[in-house]
Design a protein around this ligand. Sequence first.
Ligand code: SF4
Ligand code: ZN
Length: 314
Amino acid sequence: MVTIKNTVQKCNRCKKKSVYHRIYSGEYLCGECFKGSIIEKTRKTISSYNMMEHGDILAVAVSGGKDSLSLLDVLQRHSSKHGEKIIVITVDEGIQEYRDEAVKLSSDMVSNMGLRQEIVSFKSLFGFTLDEALDLRKDQKISACSICGILRRRAIDLAAKKVGADVVATGHNLDDFIQTYFINLTNGDMGRLEFLSPFFESQTDLPRRVKPFIEIYEEEIAFYAYLSGIPFQNIPCPYMNEGIRTEIRSFLNKLERRHPGIKYNTYSTALKLLSSTQPSRKRRKCENCGYPSSNNICLSCKTIQMIKNNRSVN
Ligand code: SF4
Ligand code: ZN
């Protein structure tokens, strides 16, 4: 478990007053050493998976939440030493009274950093906003997050292609990883487990996908954003409680409070299981869009078609 509290303990690294107790490792850290530990952990993850190389065009997917804005901050520091060229990609799903603020927060930070930002929207790419798609939904078994996730993934791919990216980095953290792992286990969706990997190469001309924050707890990223003075969106998405993610999140948080480090152990075990059990699935091209797919028609095309069919009968 990780706890944010004032304490009289000294930082284990520099002996200044600590502001943070990392319970799973026993460390006490001051603000600067805490931030340094996050930057260092990210660097190690990037290096151990060979996520990026000097000269790469690195597209960072930034939504305006704490994870993606902190990732941008950390990757900009990384790229100034390692020579990647950063371009920011932002997807506007079209969620009223939620996404506008996030897009603005991301644009403000990007312009302060002097970076290029490519904003794409569901409306311009697919012809409908997420709100419109959900209003038209017939099959209530499909959660908002499933539709949103499938289409956001495609939107990021399209934007990354447009900016000529070699690699796309997303802000998924350790909590996201194990939550999604549990969700996929509970609904038997083994096919999508491969997308969980910290590093995913599609064997096509699509850029590789990397998750540099995959070994960092969500709480620690929030604290990094707070200490760095990064303004991020706090209000939750109106659809976030549709699926079971919120329940799984609180279950895992409860376990972590009682058994510090259990999330990290679960992550390590899941990663080993993934690498030993993932079948080498035959990839083909979607007959409709040409993107890689494990079926004749890819999930994005199926989802877009389902929404268009719903619209035509309404
Ligand atoms: Fe999309 Fe679900 Fe996230 Fe909302 S909570 S932005 S619907 S994935
Ligand atoms: Zn397709």
